[in-house]
Design a protein around this ligand. Structure first.
Ligand code: APR
Length: 234
C-alpha cells in the first residue's frame, strides 16, 4: 500500500468536462499557434490578441455547464480517504480540481482564474476579462495585468516543492497528459525504480514505456476505478 502519492494531471482529465486539450485533433493548438498566444514574445508583440485568447478560455470556464467530472472527484476522495500523503500537481490552469474538493494542489502552469500584476508581481483572483485598463486588486496599478499562466519559455511554478514531493513519493500517477512538455514529462524518469509508476490516459502517452503500469481509457472510467482499488489496498 502506497504511503506518499504524487498525482500529475494534464488536459485529458478535464476533457470530459467539456474543456479542449492541446494536442488532440480538436485541441487548442490545432486552432491557434503557441507562438501567437502562449509566449512572452507574443504578449509583448500583441497583448490584445493574447488577452483575448485567455479571456475566451476564462469565459468558457465560467460557463455553469463546465464542472468537475468523476475523475476530478475521485482524486479529491483519494486525498480525503488515503491514510498517507497525497499531492496533486496539475499542468491545468482550470479550477476543476479545486471545485471537486482537492486542497493539496499545485498549479505548476498557473491558473486561468488569477491575474498577475507586472507592477507588484502579485497574483490575484480574477474571473472576468482582463481589459487594457484593468486595475491590479493588490496595488491598484492600471493596465499592468497579464494572465497568471506560465507561457512557453517561462519557469513552471513551485518546482522546488514538486521536486521534494517526487523525491519522497512511493507512488507516482500520471493522468491525462501526453508527456510532450517538460519538466512535467520528465517526472516519471525522476521517480522510476524507487516509486511505483502508473499512467492513466486515453491512449499511451509519449512516455508510456517509462511506467510500470497503465490503464488506458477515458479518465472518468479509469481514474475512479484506480482510486477505488488503491483505497481497497491494491
Ligand atoms: N481521458 C483521459 N485522457 C484523455 C482524454 C480523456 N477523456 N482525452 C484526451 N486524453 C489524453 C490525450 O490522449 C493526451 O495524451 O490527454 C492528453 C492531453 O495531452 P495534451 O493535449 O498535450 O495536454 P497536456 O499533456 O496537459 O499538455 C501539457 O502543454 O500546451 C502546454 O501548458 C500546456 O499544460 C499544457 C502542457
Amino acid at each position: 500500500m502506497a504511503n506518499r502519492i504524487v498525482v500529475l494531471t494534464g488536459a485529458g482529465i478535464s476533457r470530459e468536462s467539456g474543456l479542449a486539450t492541446f494536442r488532440d485533433a480538436d485541441g487548442l493548438w490545432a486552432k491557434v499557434r503557441i507562438e501567437d498566444v502562449a509566449t512572452p514574445d507574443a504578449f509583448a508583440r500583441d497583448p490584445t490578441r493574447v488577452q483575448g485568447f485567455y479571456n475566451a478560455r476564462r469565459a468558457q470556464l465560467r460557463d455553469p455547464a463546465i464542472g468537475p467530472n468523476a475523475a476530478h472527484l475521485a482524486l479529491a476522495r483519494l486525498e480525503r480517504e488515503h491514510a498517507g500523503e497525497v499531492l496533486l500537481v496539475t499542468q491545468n490552469v482550470d479550477d476543476l480540481h479545486e471545485r471537486a474538493g482537492s486542497t493539496r494542489l499545485i498549479h505548476m502552469h498557473g491558473e486561468l482564474m488569477k491575474a498577475r500584476c507586472l507592477a507588484c508581481h502579485g497574483a490575484s483572483a480574477w474571473r472576468a476579462d482582463i481589459a487594457p485598463d484593468s486595475a491590479c486588486p493588490a496595488c491598484g496599478a492600471r493596465g499592468r495585468l497579464r494572465p497568471h499562466v506560465v507561457w512557453f519559455g517561462e519557469m513552471p511554478l513551485a518546482m522546488e516543492q514538486i521536486g521534494a514531493a517526487l523525491e519522497a513519493c512511493d507512488l507516482f500517477v500520471s493522468i491525462g497528459t501526453s508527456g510532450n512538455v517538460y519538466p512535467a514529462a520528465g517526472f516519471v524518469a525522476e521517480v522510476r525504480g524507487r516509486a511505483r509508476t502508473v499512467e492513466l490516459n486515453l491512449e499511451p502517452s509519449e512516455g508510456a514505456s517509462l511506467f510500470d503500469e497503465a490503464m488506458h481509457g477515458p479518465a472518468t472510467r479509469v481514474v475512479p476505478a484506480f482510486v477505488d482499488a488503491l483505497l481497497r489496498g491494491a
